[in-house]
Design a protein around this ligand. Structure first.
Ligand code: GDP
Length: 527
């Protein structure tokens, strides 16, 4: 086989890191992303990203809902270079109306960065996103943000992370003071102090020290803060977990960094450590075993489809994660589901809202493909015709609705819309057993709004949604499932593949059913 290609792949994979940022709204994801991009010298983006929420909608002509609500419905991908590395950030919508898309985006990441607000600790959305990362066993790095404000005691925060998320933690650095008293952070591994300077977020100053007891720190931070640092470091050294890269790789231990994104404080230290510790693009499983990134044959899979970026053309954009081989513009690949070769002529790369045409891309990169309506989430595109990557998980919806079509004559369009929107993964469709009534399920309320909007504008169907009282869904696996038995505060339905799913009104009803039917498995994702 060609040696130069193998070598090139090895080099390109080595320098790449693809990660997602997970956090609860307002923790500082946009701010941290902006600072990271600035380190990468992507200066022209600085203004763009900072004003992303507003600017995007001034220029974007897609979806009124985005404009009205001022939020980003979709996640985008950003790429930048830093000291010989190429970094892909997968952005996940920060609003609480996040969707199943957010979860699926995480499947394209090789690691995750979890941002926590020092005053608020672990919040609801962080927890949900964390659980998806945990399920995949990817490394998770923690950035505790907003040290410039009075936050909670760092030990408290660590304990909360460990307890609520069931992961061990290892602080890589430690704050010297907090809020008004914030004077710096002490790097436990490199033994240096980064000084805090609120006035100037461009200048980053480090002082080498000979350990936390060094009198230099006393001079800089004062007696009181230095005493406190020494005490806390001793406690950490004795009671804290040791650093263990293997545990980090398995997602069992999270390296914790402190900082203040808005002041660009602790961000560079975080980035440099992250690049050192985070994994290179990982192999993915397929019907032919693990596909390694350095395999020469190109292969990738679609994890997200975004519709209507340009309503004039009604085109869709499919996001493809490259798993192996080298991508070149004009490459011909095989699309197994349609059993056709395809020439990829117009691939797009994403830098915030700019879309540049890509000529070359490598494992770990995300490219956008123009989709005339042939792709589905989870589709494999590969040079090897028999290859097929594992299906992406379907996540348990939390909001359910019945749909009434206002004009019965529009039923055909309605069905077409339902089929297409299910392909895109915008909604999940269930049918009641016996009556075949359609019930839609989503992870976030916004998905319903998008559904309603698109039904009207793309398919010309006016619908009315009738919210149902269910809040949990579990796929049922077992030898003898009698759907008639799910009646009390629950109902049994089938999903698009005919699997039985039980919908429950509350956690209690779900737990009771689990106890009552010990022979049935209740799965959170589709089998
Ligand atoms: P997102 O919703 O997670 O993307 O959060 P943003 O990055 O938009 O930040 C939410 C708010 O927190 C904004 O008003 C930011 O200016 C502010 N913020 C972000 N980082 C910091 C920080 O380190 N310190 C302080 N005091 N505020 C911050």
């Amino acid at each position: 086989m060609s040696k130069p290609l193998k070598n090139q792949l090895q080099q390109e994979v080595e320098k790449r890191r693809t990660f997602a940022i997970i956090s609860h709204p307002d923790a500082g994801k946009t701010t941290l992303t902006e600072k990271l991009l600035l380190f990468g010298g992507a200066i022209r983006l600085a203004g763009t990203v900072k004003g992303r929420k507003a600017a995007k909608f001034a220029t974007s002509d897609w979806m009124e809902i985005e404009k009205q609500r001022g939020i980003s419905v979709t996640s985008s991908v950003m790429q930048f270079d830093y000291k010989g590395h190429r970094i892909n950030i997968l952005d996940t919508p920060g609003h609480q109306d996040f969707s199943e898309d957010t979860y699926r985006t995480l499947t394209a990441a090789d690691s995750a960065v979890m941002i926590i607000d020092a005053a608020k600790g672990v919040e609801a959305q962080t927890k949900k996103l964390f659980q998806v990362c945990r399920m995949r066993g990817i490394p998770i790095f923690t950035f505790i943000n907003k040290l410039d404000r009075e936050g909670r005691d760092p030990f408290d925060l660590l304990e909360e992370i460990e307890q609520l998320l069931d992961i061990r933690s290892h602080p890589m650095n430690w704050p010297i003071g907090m809020g008004k008293q914030l004077s710096g952070i002490y790097d436990r591994h490199k033994q240096k102090v980064e000084l805090f300077d609120e006035q100037d977020d461009e200048k980053i100053e480090y002082t080498e020290v000979a350990g936390y007891e060094d009198a230099k720190i006393r001079k800089m931070a004062g007696e009181h803060l230095h005493d406190q640092l020494c005490e806390e470091m001793e406690l950490l050294d004795v009671a804290g977990d040791d650093f263990d890269l293997e545990k980090v790789s398995k997602g069992e231990l999270t390296p914790v960094f402190f900082g203040s994104a808005i002041n660009n404080f602790g961000v560079q230290t975080f980035l440099e450590n992250f690049l050192q510790l985070a994994p290179t693009p990982a192999a993915r499983n397929s019907n032919e075993g693990m596909v390694e990134p350095t395999e020469e044959k190109f292969a990738g899979y679609i994890f997200k489809i975004q519709a209507n970026m340009n309503p004039a053309h009604r085109d869709r954009l499919a996001f493809l994660r490259i798993v192996s081989g080298k991508f070149e513009r004009g490459k011909t690949v095989f699309h197994a589901r349609s059993n056709k070769n395809m020439k990829l002529t117009q691939p797009q790369q994403f830098l915030a809202q700019d879309r540049d045409i890509v000529d070359e891309a490598f494992p770990g990169d995300i490219i956008g493909l123009f989709d005339p309506g042939v792709f589905r989430i989870g589709d494999t595109l590969a040079e090897n015709k028999t290859l097929s990557f594992d299906e992406l998980p379907t996540f348990s919806p939390e909001i359910f609705s019945k749909v009434i079509v206002k004009n019965a004559l529009k039923h055909k369009q309605y069905q077409k819309g339902i089929d297409q929107l299910t392909d895109e993964g915008t909604i999940q469709v269930f049918k009641t057993v016996g009556f075949e009534d359609i019930i839609l399920g989503v992870v976030g309320q916004l998905q319903f709004e998008v559904f309603e909007y698109r039904m009207k504008h793309e398919y010309g169907v006016d619908i009315q949604m009738q919210r149902m009282s269910f809040s949990h869904a579990r796929w049922l696996v077992g030898d003898q499932i009698d759907p008639g038995k799910f009646r009390i505060n629950s109902t049994a339905v089938t999903d698009k593949n005919g699997h039985y799913v039980a919908l429950f009104e509350n956690e209690y009803a779900m737990r009771s059913a689990m106890e009552k039917f010990p022979d049935i498995q209740f799965l959170e994702t589709a089998p």
